[in-house]
Design a protein around this ligand. Structure first.
Ligand SMILES: Nc1ncnc2c1ncn2[C@@H]1O[C@H](COP(=O)(O)OP(=O)(O)OP(=O)(O)O)[C@@H](O)[C@H]1O
Ligand SMILES: [Mg+2]
Length: 254
């Protein structure tokens, strides 16, 4: 497989500072023994970080490290015009590439709430953890201050799963608890990678836009129609588009 990037705008020349030691929230659990035995084989940055397939994700990592400003996480949404373009695969591989720096604090946050256990949790073999996800936490307004954060030590990666399938994803994504969570994550992490839903036909990603510094927009080669991409880009303000990721370029799929 191959991913190539075509940045929509030049990244700011701001050096990343990733040397600070990992900070974990009180509710972060080390689940290195329980999770990840059957990680999806397409997650090359987790399973074969030195492979040729993983290289293109390191290019993405480099672009984000340059963009990050000191003392705050860079919060990046990974989205695409339509379902199935490769958002989740790209987002997890990118988070994995960033987390190869042992000093980096990386959070993968699943906000594709409608997919429940079929998104990040399935790729990372974490379906058994679904009930402790972001949906459940937003609903428990008198519950803990932060959602349960799983720490996958093997990959140096913190993960908040989506949780139970919500009846009203719009209401949940509008919740001020989510704003508070991302504000807190900006202080505790270097990078927050958000698995977002598709842009078209749903309001979700437009709601998520307020939380992120920008989006990477995944375009699946030979699949995403140009008109769909144009419609999707029209729904984004230019400053929120960090770049396009060309996924699964012909002959180079994983
Ligand atoms: N580069 C790739 N090489 C091979 N298979 C890929 C690649 N990218 C995506 N796929 C496959 O395409 C399918 C969709 O990928 P993925 O789940 O990442 O897409 P998505 O955009 O997150 O989908 P959804 O909108 O349903 O959440 C999966 O079966 C995945 O394995
Ligand atoms: Mg997905």
């Amino acid at each position: 497989m191959s991913v190539t990037t075509s940045p929509a705008s030049e990244p700011q020349a701001v050096p990343a500072r990733l040397a600070t030691p990992p900070v974990t929230t009180a509710r972060t659990a080390d689940e290195s023994q329980e999770v990840g035995a059957n990680v999806d084989p397409h997650l090359v940055c987790l399973l074969e970080p030195s492979s040729e397939h993983a290289e293109s994700y390191y290019r993405l990592r480099y672009g984000l490290e340059k963009r990050r400003v000191e003392d705050s996480a860079l919060v990046v949404g990974v989205t695409s015009p339509s379902p199935g373009d490769g958002k989740t695969l790209t987002g997890i591989n990118l988070a994995g590439a960033l987390a190869k720096d042992s000093g980096a604090r990386v959070l993968l946050l699943d906000l594709d709430l409608r997919r429940g256990g079929d998104g990040v949790s399935e790729y990372l073999d974490m379906r058994s953890k679904q009930e402790r996800g972001i949906v459940d936490w937003i609903r428990e307004t008198d519950g803990d201050e932060t959602p349960h954060t799983h720490f996958l030590r093997r990959f140096n990666l913190h993960v908040v799963t989506a949780g139970s399938n919500p009846e009203l994803p719009y209401e949940l994504l509008k919740s001020s608890r989510l704003d508070e969570l991302v504000r807190r994550a900006r202080r505790e992490f270097d990078f927050v990678i958000i698995d977002a839903p598709q842009i078209l036909d749903l309001p979700d990603t437009e709601l998520i836009a307020r939380l992120v510094d920008g989006f990477l927009i995944v375009v699946k080669a030979d699949r995403t129609r140009q008109r769909r991409l144009e419609e999707a880009l029209n729904l984004m303000t230019e400053d929120k588009v960090l770049g396009l990721v060309f996924n699964a370029v012909a002959g180079q799929e994983q």
